[in-house]
Write a protein that binds this ligand. Structure first.
Ligand SMILES: [Zn+2]
Length: 141
């Protein structure tokens, strides 16, 4: 299904795109602003990712590790990859989750907080796109 989003055959709230990557809001976020970053070509897991896509993928993750908490007025971020176990979609994706001090997230218990509406999702995606655009080129700071 993520290949469908990459191909524009399935709608998503896209927050960042590059020639090699696309990032969009998780439909069932741990916290609002929870973003998934993936390589456009299909690879099942991190172990399958070719060396030449490591920098493009993790360069995008680095930007979003700053832009997502910035947009959500959070304190920091959590970055994670599930491989096979707990991997709900078998297309490699990196989670970028905004974190706040005392937000209640403990260990690997992942509560899910639905968005109230499509409008709320679009406002969240727009805030992250704005935060990415403020970062400029190169590194994340
Ligand atoms: Zn795929």
């Amino acid at each position: 299904m993520f290949c469908d989003i990459v191909a524009d055959d399935r709608p998503a709230f896209v927050v960042y795109e590059s020639p090699e990557t696309v990032a969009f809001l998780d439909q069932r976020p741990v916290f609002h602003g929870h973003t998934l970053v993936l390589p456009r070509p299909h690879y099942d897991t991190l172990a399958d990712l070719p060396a030449e896509l490591i920098e493009p993928l993790f360069g995008a993750v680095q930007k979003l590790s700053v832009a997502v908490p910035d947009a959500m007025h959070a304190d920091g971020s959590f970055v994670a990859v599930n491989n096979v176990v707990s991997q709900s979609v078998p297309h490699l994706h990196v989670h970028v989750v905004p974190r706040r001090r005392k937000d209640g997230l403990r260990g690997f218990f992942w509560p899910r907080h639905k968005y109230d509406s499509e409008e709320e999702m679009e406002q969240t995606a727009a805030a992250i796109r704005d935060a990415v655009s403020r970062l400029g080129a190169g590194g994340a700071r």
